[in-house]
Design a binder for this molecule. Structure first.
Ligand SMILES: O=C(O)CCC(=O)C(=O)O
Length: 1077
């Protein structure tokens, strides 16, 4: 057939192709036979597009520079090509096409179909960081994305694999909330993943209950039932907390046998069954299970390793050796098999080989195994003086490790079945080259042992046998690679399932295709059909559906009438409603800014100011000083204002409200600039703590008891109490002598009483009244504090929180919610030690969190200041004494540890500055990308600020007016969409002090049009995107309007730049700043 004719695309074909993109991935499986026609069409389209691209390139090459070209490539062509390759599961080509689109199209970040496709490619290649970024961006630009369920599930699995439990849970929840018909997985599969998350987090009873609930589901597929039974059986086997040993053993075997029955072709269940039998001493049953497992999935190093263990226990060292060799040949990094081999050699008095095997086990084996480290050290010393084995002339019980490695395995083992048990190796595969016979093997073994002393004929025979053996081995290895994928779930690690599932999720076991797109008659497509060689833009396959409405460009100079009139025509797509302005991409964590800082700049002295009088306390210079620095210590202020800090002492609190709730964090006691894992072995950033609750009275008893204990201990040691200065204060009281040895022996836990809510004005009137004495910029509530304009309580932000501490109590690293500033006063009597990183470097901190496998927003981390400095990130470090106020400026990353016994009080403030507002809004957007709830409703706040204040700073005015314009547009656009679907719209209004609303699905702020639907007898608010995803026609939704449009229009129009009268002469200056002693 003529090439041109072959590549002719009909209008029907174009119509079908126009509907294909990354969204069909997982639904339309073109690899199967079922969709042969569509596959042929997609292949044809790929050929067509590639032909076009080649032609363009050739023309370009032929053209003189600057000459007019008849044909141009629309970047979208590459994107479309990427989608086609993705659907054909040609990931390398898809990736390359998407990368090309990325490079050519500046606004690539606005295209959710591209981002989703790119994310799927990265996911396929296990590039989790990139996949996460692409999928997060797809959901950011299109929260109602049709494939949100799949995107959330993949994000959840990736976060689970990275041990970011909290974020994984958020994504599982969101995947569950997405409409089921949009997903390539079933609800039960999702429940299984969520149950496994519980298991991985160590919540074993909850995991067991969740698995058992799943087993009661009548709709459970066989594959899922096998997964659940396998996981549950193994859980019973591993976890002593799940009951008495014999009952657990029975339950484990029962579950694993059900797993095998449900999925007889999988080796994983059989392997675990073997492990359980072996643990119960049922050697025969264990061998049968292992053998069956090997038959199903020969290439599993875990199984061979366990077989080795069993042989070793049966005193069959040669068989054990060969099984271990099988394991390490399959997985050269299998540290358990190497370690077992080492101990096998030791038991046969072959220390040199033992040493080699232990060493091959690698750092992973020795790091987790103190006895092994000792053994290695011993062997190293011993071998240095030991004679070579050839010198001793002793008969060896086993071949050396080199010999064993080169020796054939399987057939050798076939003649050495454990007594009364069938051999655990697979039979010969017909397609494999014949393995050596037993006699040939023995000959080869003999020749190898005597290789230094062979005649030329013998040499030739050895080479021939060796090459035959290697061919057979290679064939076996090929068969192994083809056989079932990893059965990592066999390991002791509860998280191992994640990787296994990740693979499965992206491989052949996807649910079947739901539908093939129907070939419709083209209605909108033009009659001139595309043909290869036509002089036309290459976007022919792409935009059949374009927005018929003329796009309006909105700007802050427009009046509300102009905006609302324009919105009647076309409010634009929701992607254009960003509060940062249409076309603005969301912020990204900044790289560490140049230039590289010198050593002294990396450890700057903390900005410090001493306030001596009330006048200084109220001077504008004090506020300016604070606003100028990322973090600052203000000493003397509370004394100058005669603040009665005793009102916040433990004694007063107990007298006032003894039963008041206290959240407790149980933490490991450590020195402030170090953070060790719970075993005291490694320095880490992960800052683990266990959460519980108590009362003020009980915590007070603990706090006092802890102090008394410390006094007693010090008396017994005959030294002065370390925390005695100034009552309980200890300015330099870092824990001494914290080497690993001391840590392991003396690891102590402590309890930190945190987030004590002092918001209730009826309960805490005297305390809250006392804080009114502070200057306005530091007060909990003031007209100059943005957070006072929210109009409702945001606990801990525009209300006071109290922290009750014993030495070592830690507040891990963080920026304040939405980058607001914070005020913290140490009530005493002890000190606190603070660390701070300026806002500009927060991206550097986040980068290191990532490297440590920690989630910056959801995780709990305690940075190592030296590591930060080595990364070019400056770190402040200072002591906060009783009475000191610490000012944390917008975006400053900080972490705090008590050195003595003390209480602290803290709250947030928002100075009315452009910097504060922009940082808050930037974080508001970044939180959306990261699926993290912004607890400051920035849109609601912006409108209230516009109602309440006059702004004279042009930067602040522009940023706020942009937000007002964009949200007015969003309000009008949402109402258009709602009305077009016939949804009833009712005025609801806002009650005084009413909390802001958030979408029940995506947790974004819903400011004006609340789409409400009843769910489980509760009315749940949705944003437009999530409502549309739940029901494209918005059926069952009601729209509640929070404001009158006329009022919004009036607020918007009145929000003009204020031009103040010239400033009066400045008041006297503060004394110069010092560094704290
Ligand atoms: O006193 C504490 O531990 C809490 C410190 C803190 O993070 C703050 O006040 O912003």
């Amino acid at each position: 057939m003529d090439e041109k004719e072959e590549l002719h695309l009909t209008s029907q074909e174009l119509q079908v192709l126009s509907e294909l993109d990354s969204r069909q991935f997982g639904f339309l499986k073109l690899r199967g036979t079922e969709h042969g026609r569509t596959r042929a069409l997609v292949l044809k389209a790929v050929k067509y597009l590639e032909g076009m691209l080649v032609q363009v390139k050739e023309e370009e090459r032929a053209c003189s520079p600057g000459a007019r070209r008849d044909i141009c490539i629309d970047p979208k062509t590459y994107c479309k090509l990427g989608h086609f390759h993705l659907l054909l599961e040609d990931y390398a080509k898809a990736m390359s096409a998407y990368q090309k689109f990325y490079a050519l199209e500046q606004d690539n970040w606005k295209d959710p179909l591209f981002l989703y496709g790119l994310g799927l490619c990265y996911y396929h290649y296990n590039a989790f960081d990139w996949a996460t970024k692409a999928l997060q961006m797809a959901l950011y630009v299109s929260p109602g994305f049709a494939r949100a369920a799949d995107a959330h599930l993949r994000l959840a699995l990736m976060f689970k694999a990275r041990r970011h439990w909290a974020v994984a849970a958020v994504h599982f929840r969101r995947a569950r909330l997405a409409p089921h018909q949009d997903a390539t997985f079933t609800r039960l599969e999702l429940s299984f993943h969520a149950a496994h998350l519980l298991e991985a987090r160590g919540l074993r009873k909850a995991a067991r209950d969740a698995y058992e609930r799943l087993l009661k589901e009548p709709q459970l597929s066989c594959i899922l039932k096998a997964d659940v039974c396998r996981q549950l059986g193994w859980l019973y086997h591993r976890c002593a907390s799940l009951g008495e040993a014999a009952a657990r053993a029975r339950a484990a075997i029962w579950c694993l046998q059900r797993a095998v029955d449900a999925e007889p072709e999988s080796g994983a269940g059989l392997y675990l069954l073997g492990r359980c039998f072996a643990a119960q001493g049922k050697v025969h049953d264990a061998f049968i299970a292992y053998r069956n497992s090997v038959e199903k999935s020969e290439g599993n190093a875990d199984t061979w390793c366990s077989i080795g263990v069993l042989y070793q226990q049966q005193n069959q060292p040669m068989d054990a050796l060969q099984a271990y060799i099988c394991a390490v040949q399959l997985d050269k990094g299998h540290s358990a098999a190497w370690t077992n081999l080492g101990s096998l050699y030791e038991s046969c008095q072959m220390p040199r080989d033992a040493f080699a095997c232990y060493t091959n086990g690698g750092a992973a084996a020795t790091a987790a195994h103190a006895a092994l480290r000792q053994r290695l050290a011993f062997l190293r010393a011993h071998l240095a003086h030991a004679p070579m084995p050839s010198v001793t002339g002793k008969r060896r019980q086993l071949p050396s490790i080199e010999e064993a490695w080169n020796l054939p395995i399987s057939a050798e083992m076939s003649s050495r079945a454990p007594k009364s048990a069938p051999p655990p190796y697979p039979g010969k595969r017909p397609e494999e080259p014949p393995p050596l016979t037993h006699h040939q093997l023995q000959t080869l073994q003999y020749l190898q042992r005597n290789s230094h002393n062979l005649s030329p004929n013998q040499q030739a025979l050895m080479q021939q046998l060796l090459s035959q053996y290697r061919l057979a081995q290679a064939a076996r290895a090929r068969a192994v690679t083809k056989s079932e994928g990893s059965t990592a779930s066999g390991g002791d690690n509860a998280e191992s399932l994640a990787e296994d599932l990740l693979k499965r999720f992206s491989s052949d076991s996807q649910p079947e295709i739901k539908k093939e797109p129907v070939t419709k008659m083209a209605s909108s497509v033009s009659s001139n059909e595309a043909a290869l060689g036509g002089r036309q833009p290459v976007v022919k396959l792409e935009p059949l559906k374009t927005d018929p409405l003329k796009p309006v460009s909105f700007h802050i100079g427009m009046s509300s009438k102009q905006i609302l009139d324009a919105c009647k025509e076309n409010a634009g797509p929701p992607t254009a409603w960003s509060v940062l302005g249409a076309g603005s991409a969301p912020p990204e964590p900044p790289a560490v800014p140049p230039p590289r800082l010198a050593a002294e700049q990396l450890a700057p002295p903390a900005p410090f100011v001493y306030v001596e009088s009330k006048r200084e306390a109220f001077s504008p210079q004090l506020q300016d000083f604070c606003l100028k620095h990322p973090i600052a210590v203000v000493r003397g202020l509370t004394a100058a204002l005669k603040l009665d800090l005793g009102l916040f002492s433990t004694k007063t609190l107990v007298e006032a409200w003894p039963d008041h709730a206290v959240e407790v964090r149980t933490q490991l006691m450590q020195s402030a600039d170090e953070n060790w894992d719970s075993a005291g072995r490694r320095r880490v950033w992960a800052c683990a703590s266990h959460r519980s609750h108590t009362t003020v009275r009980k915590y007070a008893q603990y706090q006092a008891g802890s102090f008394q204990d410390s006094l007693r201990e010090e008396r017994e040691r005959g030294t002065a109490p370390p925390h005695s200065a100034g009552g309980l204060s200890d300015s330099d009281g870092r824990e001494s002598g914290s080497g690993p040895a001391k840590r392991r022996k003396g690891a102590r836990m402590l309890r930190f009483g945190t987030n004590v809510d002092l918001s209730d004005e009826r309960k805490w009137r005297p305390q809250l009244a006392e804080l009114q004495k502070l200057p306005a910029f530091a007060r909990v509530a003031s007209a100059a504090n943005m957070l006072s304009h929210v109009g409702h309580v945001i606990l801990g932000m525009n209300t006071v929180q109290l922290y009750m501490k014993v030495p070592g109590s830690r507040t891990p690293g963080h920026q304040e919610n939405n980058n607001f500033c914070s005020i913290n006063i140490n009530i005493g009597p002890g000190d606190c030690e603070w660390f701070g990183v300026p806002d500009a470097y927060w991206g550097g901190v986040r980068e290191l969190c990532d490297r440590h496998g920690l989630s910056y927003l959801h995780g709990s981390w305690w940075p190592d200041p030296e590591e930060l400095r080595a990364h070019g990130v400056p770190v402040y470090r200072f002591t906060q004494r009783p009475g000191d106020l610490v000012w944390v400026n917008a975006g400053c990353v900080h972490w705090v540890q008590a050195t003595g016994w003390c209480n602290n009080i803290a709250w947030n403030v928002g100075p009315l500055t452009a910097r504060q507002y922009s940082l808050a809004l930037d974080r508001y957007e970044w939180n959306k990308v990261q699926n993290f709830k912004s607890i400051v409703p920035m849109v609601h706040l912006t409108w209230n600020l516009a109602r309440n204040i006059r702004v004279s700073d042009p930067r602040l005015h522009r940023a706020m007016r942009t937000c007002l314009l964009q949200t007015l547009r969003a309000a009008a656009g949402t109402l258009n969409a709602v009305r077009a679907r016939g949804v009833p719209v009712r005025f609801h209004g806002r009650a005084r002090g009413e909390a802001s609303h958030y979408c029940g699905a995506c947790e974004r702020e819903v400011w004006h049009a609340l789409l409400v639907r009843e769910h489980e007898r509760r009315h749940v608010v949705h944003c437009l995107a999530c409502a549309r995803r739940a029901s494209p026609t918005l059926q069952g939704f009601l729209c509640l309007e929070e404001h009158h449009m006329e009022e919004l229009a009036q607020v918007y129009d009145s929000f003009t730049l204020h031009r103040p009268a010239p400033a009066a002469a400045p008041p006297p200056a503060l004394p110069p700043a010092h560094t704290p002693d």
